[in-house]
Design a protein around this ligand. Structure first.
Ligand SMILES: Nc1ncnc2c1ncn2[C@@H]1O[C@H](COP(=O)(O)OP(=O)(O)OP(=O)(O)O)[C@@H](O)[C@H]1O
Ligand SMILES: [Mg+2]
Length: 335
């Protein structure tokens, strides 16, 4: 099975800002690549290049077997894109938006209408379909935008931060919708700021920072690289710290960290809930009073901190973001 998306040495400068600094990537047919990175990492730049909206300063790329620079028009016919900011017309209804896209793709009047209704149903927008998009929530716009990317049934799909700004329930719904798409064999390149999202959807993850790959692997590999999951425990009395540390040490994969001032112990473990329960049983047996306990999985912040030595928040500030937010949709400013 060949690579449906393949790029090597992509470089893009904006004046002094290096948006992409030699990015390589490959997405085998029917698989999902997650491009994970903080604000300003270069995710949108990569997506815009691979979807022919932007020309790279250097590098090579093919999408669906077509050379991106040689034949962008042909590439465009084979891909779908749902950008970071929902590209829907505020004053049209959901149905009209999809119908319009169908016509732009020259599906023919009847086919365009049928397809629009099908997609509205599929994305749970049947009822809202005849209302102007102006009144849609962020989640509804996102779903409509994704539906728009699917009108022409493209075999290759690009989704730029499909769930940023959505509440947890809408995010879970969106993941379900995307998973269903993948069952149909779509090849997907997805960008996200959430390790959990890449975890849920991606077969392979490239972590980028400042336009460069800083890590590459499956979600499990990345998590292991930053230490995997850990049990975090707060004991009621400082006198219990040594006993608690000894118990955790038996279960821990690595050294137990102790913060005396907050009476907190952190132990890297594997086997998650099982390790947590074993720890609690032992603590209870030794009559150690526990104030708080939890299983903590690495977040994107942990990944970045471990890989780059700086937290995600610091990263977005090194250049202006000139993305154009759609009015009413949560944009950069909201994060
Ligand atoms: N049109 C532009 N003009 C100038 N600089 C730009 C432009 N577009 C992007 N940049 C800069 O290039 C870098 C990469 O931006 P990009 O939008 O690709 O990041 P991103 O990973 O998509 O970030 P976010 O998570 O905020 O969407 C940033 O420093 C950004 O400020
Ligand atoms: Mg972006």
């Amino acid at each position: 099975m060949g690579n449906v998306i393949e790029a090597a040495g992509l470089v893009k400068h904006y004046g002094d800002v290096v948006a992409l600094d030699g990015l390589d990537l490959a997405v085998p047919e029917g698989s999902v690549l997650g491009l994970l990175g903080p604000n300003g990492a270069g995710k949108t730049t990569a997506v815009r290049i691979l979807t022919t909206l932007l020309v790279a300063d250097a590098g090579t790329a093919t999408v669906a077997g077509v050379d991106l620079w040689a034949d962008p028009v042909e590439v465009r016919k084979r891909i779908g894109l749902s950008g970071q900011y929902a590209a829907v017309d505020e004053y049209l209804t959901g149905f009209e938006n999809l119908d319009l896209i169908g016509r732009l793709y020259r599906l023919g009047r009847r086919t365009a209408r049928t397809r629009a209704r099908e997609l509205l149903e599929r994305f749970d927008l049947e009822e809202a379909g005849d209302r102007p998009v102006k009144g849609y929530s962020g989640g509804m716009r996102r779903r409509l935008d994704l539906a728009g990317a699917l009108v022409a049934q493209p075999p290759v799909l690009f989704l730029d931060e499909p769930t940023t700004g959505l509440d947890p329930r809408s995010r879970t719904n969106m993941w379900e919708v995307i998973r269903e798409l993948l069952r149909g064999g779509t090849t997907l390149l997805l960008t996200t700021q959430y390790l959990e999202e890449a975890d849920q959807l991606a077969d392979d993850i490239i972590v980028i920072d400042r336009g460069r790959e800083i890590a590459h692997g499956t979600a499990d590999q990345l998590k292991r690289q930053v230490g995997g999951e850990r049990v975090e425990l707060v004991v009621e009395s400082a006198a219990d710290l040594p006993a608690a540390a000894a118990i955790l040490a038996e279960l821990a994969d690595d050294e137990v960290q102790i913060d005396e001032s907050s009476r907190t112990l952190t132990a890297p473990v594997h086997g998650g809930p099982t390790a947590l329960m074993a720890a609690l049983r032992r603590l209870d047996g030794e009559a150690v009073a526990v104030l708080d306990v939890g299983l903590r999985r690495p977040t994107l912040d942990d990944v970045f901190l471990a890989l780059t030595g700086h937290a995600t928040e610091e990263v977005g500030t090194h250049g202006p973001d000139l993305g154009v937010p759609t009015p009413g949709v949560d944009g950069e400013g909201a994060r």
